[in-house]
Design a protein around this ligand. Sequence first.
Ligand code: ZN
Length: 174
Amino acid sequence: MIAFAPFMSSQDNQDLSRAYIDGFEFARDGRHLQGVIPLANMGRLADLVLDQDGELACQIVGEQDRSGEFLQLRVAGVLNLCCQRCLGALSFPLQVRNRLRLMRPGAEWPEDDLEDDAADAVEATKEMLLLPLIEEEVLLALPIAPRHEACTTPTAAEKDQALSPFSALAKLKK
Ligand SMILES: [Zn+2]
């Protein structure tokens, strides 16, 4: 069961922040869900972005084949990161696409999970919240040290001045 009436949502901008799915049922029935999650609801992202304005577009598609049940996740949007070189704002176009293999609770984790890049495994429940799943994918997709392609590091003198207005004054006295 989907947590809200599935057909009131012909609009793509429904808020999925509190939506949950029955993982296996969703996959077996080949369902799909599309909507948005406001960045403000992604608490784990707060320290990594300059602001939490805006929202991410999300799409979840259930799939089943001979090897099991899967969720296909897609997330897109723009995040304001902090450039690690000039400390200025860096607009980062996020594009996530990942396939998650659904695991039965308590089932043995696939040995080849780490080698198999085609699908990460996630434990399926009858009430899988989408927000933490999506937030995890977003966190994994962020660059470790985001930088503009071209920008300059503030020089030592500029930093010095910024730190101490008196250093400029001292120069005048010489
Ligand atoms: Zn920069």
